[in-house]
Write a protein that binds this ligand. Structure first.
Ligand SMILES: Cc1ncc(COP(=O)(O)O)c(C=O)c1O
Length: 537
C-alpha cells in the first residue's frame, strides 16, 4: 500500500548543470554520484575525473568499495542535496552572479540561533563564568549566576570545564535532571542513577539503538519508527544494519498515531524480522503535532502487550503552542497507568539543550532517562558510554541550567522568565502565522503546527510536473523544492526526506526565521506554488 522512498529518490538532484565537479573525497565524488543517482556532469570532465579518482584510489585500503556499506546507505535530508545547492547559490550570490533574488532564506533546519534567536542571558553568563572563572570577581555578573557557576565548577574535575567528567555525566547535574523530571511529572520519582548525560539527544538515541540491535535474517532487530520521521532514526538504523519498521502517522487526524496502524505495521514486520522497539517523537518532527494523553496511553499499552522497548524523543517538550494541547511525558503517563505498566515497560526518554526556548544546538547537551532497564544491560550501557569518555562538559553545564533555572526571588529570575516567555510566545505566533498563510494557498494543506518547530504541509503537484520529475529520475517533491530554491532562494526540505504515504507530497519548513523574514518567505512560497501549478497544468 505504501512505499518508502529509495535511496536514489532521496538524493537525486534536479539541477544537472549547476553542480560543480568536486574533489574525489567530497560527498559529490563521481562514485557517490553513481551510487546516489545524482546526474552527471559533461562526459569529458567525467572521464578525466574518473582517471584521476582511479589513480587516487589505487592502493588505498579504504575505498568506496571497501568501506562500511551501511554508512553508504545512510541519508540525512535535513542537510541533503537541497542544502548543498543552497550553499552553492549563496556563494554564487557573493560572487555577483545575478539571480531572481538577493538572498537564500534557509528554513530547512531546526537551528534557532542560526535563525537569529538570542540566547538566554543567564545561561550564557553562567557558561562564561564557568569557562573563565576570573570573571567571578566581576561585578557585572549577578550573584545567582556566580553561585551556579561555582557549584558546577566544584563538581568538575580540577574546577575546570576542560576536564573529562564521569562517563554517565557530572553527578550533581544528573541529580538536578532527576529533580527536574520529578517536578515536570508531578512528583513521579526519578533516580539520578537512571539518568545519562549525552552529546545532544542524537547521541543518546543512537546509543540506545546500539544496545537494541542484533541478530541476522528473520531474527534481525526491527525498530518501529513513525513515517514521516526525523531522519536520524532511519540513518542510525541503516548504519547499525537494523530493520526499519515504518508506521504511518495519520495526516487526516493531525498526524496522530493510530493503534490500528501500529498493529498493521508490527504484524507485517514480524513476518521478516524481530521488532523489539517502538520510537515516538512527541511533539513531532517534521509534523509538528502534539500527541494526546489518550494516544500516549494507547501506545504504552500496545508496547506492554507486544513486548516492545519504548523510545520517547521529547526534545520539543516546551514547544507546545496550540490551545487544548499539552505535553505529556511518556514517563509520567507510564507511572499513572499503574504498577502493571510502571514496573514492567522498558522506556528510554530523551531531552536536549538544542530545542524548546534554549535553541542551544551547538553546545551538544542532552540527557536520557532509562526506566525498567535490566541491570545487566544497564551495566553494559554504562560501559558503552564510558568508552566514549563523556559528553561535552560545557553541554552538561548548560543542561544543568536548563533543569535548574533561576527561581522566584533570585536576581536573574525576572529576566530569565521574560526571555523564556518572549521566545516561546514568538514561536507560537509564528506557528499560527505559518499555518494560516499556507492554508490560503490553493493546493497546499497544512495541519495546525501544534508544537515543535516545523510545518509539514501537503502539496498537490500537477501530473505533468510529477511526470517530468520522474522522467528526470527525481522524486517530485525534491523536483519542486529544488525549483523553488532556484527561483526564489527559499531552502526547504522535501517531504520524501522524512518518508510519506505513497502518492502524497510535502515539504518541511521551520517556523524559526524572524517574523518579517517568515512573512516574506511565506509570500514567496505562495507565489511560487501558484506559478508552478500554472506552469505544469
Ligand atoms: C526529534 C529530534 N530528535 C533529536 C534531535 C537531535 O537533537 P540534538 O541536537 O539534541 O542532538 C532533533 C534535532 O533536530 C530532533 O528534531
Amino acid at each position: 500500500m505504501y512505499a518508502a522512498p529509495t535511496v536514489r529518490e532521496l538524493v537525486s538532484c534536479p539541477n544537472r548543470r549547476s553542480l560543480t565537479i568536486p574533489s574525489p573525497l567530497s560527498p559529490f565524488s563521481s562514485q557517490r554520484r553513481a551510487l546516489s543517482g545524482v546526474s552527471e556532469p559533461p562526459r569529458g570532465l567525467v572521464q578525466e575525473k574518473m582517471t584521476e579518482n582511479a589513480a587516487f584510489s589505487q592502493n588505498k585500503v579504504l575505498t568506496i568499495d571497501t568501506m562500511n556499506p551501511n554508512v553508504k546507505k545512510m541519508e540525512y535530508a535535513v542537510r541533503g542535496p537541497i542544502v548543498q545547492r543552497a550553499m552553492q547559490i549563496e556563494k554564487e550570490l557573493r560572487e555577483g552572479v545575478k539571480k531572481p533574488f538577493t538572498e537564500v532564506i534557509k528554513a530547512n533546519i531546526g537551528d534557532a540561533h542560526a535563525m537569529g534567536q538570542q540566547p538566554i542571558t543567564f545561561f550564557r553568563q553562567v557558561l562564561a563564568l564557568c569557562s573563565y572563572p576570573e570573571l567571578l570577581n566581576d561585578n557585572m555578573f549577578p550573584e545567582d549566576a556566580k553561585s551556579r557557576a561555582r557549584r558546577i565548577l566544584q563538581a568538575c574535575g580540577g574546577n575546570s570545564l576542560g576536564a573529562y567528567s564521569a562517563s554517565q555525566g557530572i553527578d550533581c547535574v544528573r541529580q538536578d535532571v532527576a529533580r527536574y523530571i520529578e517536578r515536570r511529572d508531578g512528583g513521579v520519582p526519578c533516580d539520578p542513577d537512571n539518568v545519562y548525560l549525552t552529546t545532544g539527544a542524537s547521541n543518546g538515541i543512537v546509543t540506545m539503538l546500539q544496545l537494541l540491535v542484533c541478530g541476522e535474517g528473520a531474527s534481525k532487530t526491527g525498530v518501529m519508527i513513525s513515517i514521516p520521521q526525523y531522519p536520524l532514526y532511519s540513518a542510525a538504523l541503516a548504519e547499525l544494519g537494523a530493520v526499519q519498521v515504518n508506521y504511518y502517522l495519520n495526516e487526516d487526524k493531525c498526524w496522530s498515531m493510530d493503534l490500528s496502524e501500529l498493529e498493521r505495521s508490527l504484524a507485517e514486520a514480524r513476518k521478516h524480522c524481530n521488532p523489539k522497539a517502538l520510537c515516538v517523537i512527541n511533539p513531532g518532527n517534521p509534523t509538528g503535532q502534539v500527541q494526546s494523553r489518550q494516544c500516549i496511553e494507547d501506545v504504552i499499552r500496545f508496547a506492554a502487550k507486544e513486548h516492545l522497548f519504548l523510545m520517547a524523543d521529547e526534545v520539543y517538550q516546551d514547544n507546545v503552542y496550540a490551545e487544548g494541547c499539552q505535553f505529556h511525558s511518556f514517563k509520567k503517563v507510564l507511572f499513572e497507568l499503574g504498577p502493571q505498566y510502571s514496573n514492567t515497560v522498558e522506556l528510554a526518554s530523551f531531552h536536549s539543550t538544542s530545542k524548546c526556548y534554549m535553541g542551544e544546538c551547538g553546545f551538544r547537551g542532552g540527557y536520557m532517562e532509562v526506566i525498567n532497564m535490566d541491570p545487566e544491560v544497564k551495566a553494559q550501557l554504562t560501559k558503552l558510554v564510558s568508552i566514549r569518555l563523556c559528553a561535552p562538559v560545557p553541554g552538561q553545564a548548560l543542561m544543568d541550567l536548563v533543569v535548574n533555572s533561576p527561581q522566584p526571588g533570585e536576581p536573574s529570575y525576572t529576566t530569565f522568565m521574560k526571555e523564556r516567555t518572549a521566545t516561546l510566545s514568538l514561536l507560537a505566533e509564528k506557528a499560527k502565522l505559518t499555518e494560516e498563510i499556507l492554508n490560503t494557498v490553493p493546493g497546499i494543506t497544512c495541519n495546525p503546527v501544534q508544537g515543535a518547530m516545523y510545518s509539514f504541509p501537503n502539496i498537490s503537484l500537477p501530473q505533468k510536473a510529477i511526470k517530468e520529475a520522474k522522467a528526470l529520475g527525481q522524486v517530485p517533491d525534491m523536483f519542486y523544492c529544488m525549483k523553488m530554491l532556484e527561483e526564489t532562494g527559499i531552502c526547504l526540505v522535501p517531504g520524501s526526506g522524512f518518508g510519506q504515504k505513497d502518492g502524497t507530497y510535502h515539504f518541511r519548513m521551520t517556523i524559526l526565521p524572524p517574523t518579517d523574514k517568515l512573512k516574506i518567505l511565506l509570500a514567496k512560497v505562495k507565489e511560487f506554488h501558484l506559478r508552478f501549478t500554472q506552469q505544469y497544468s
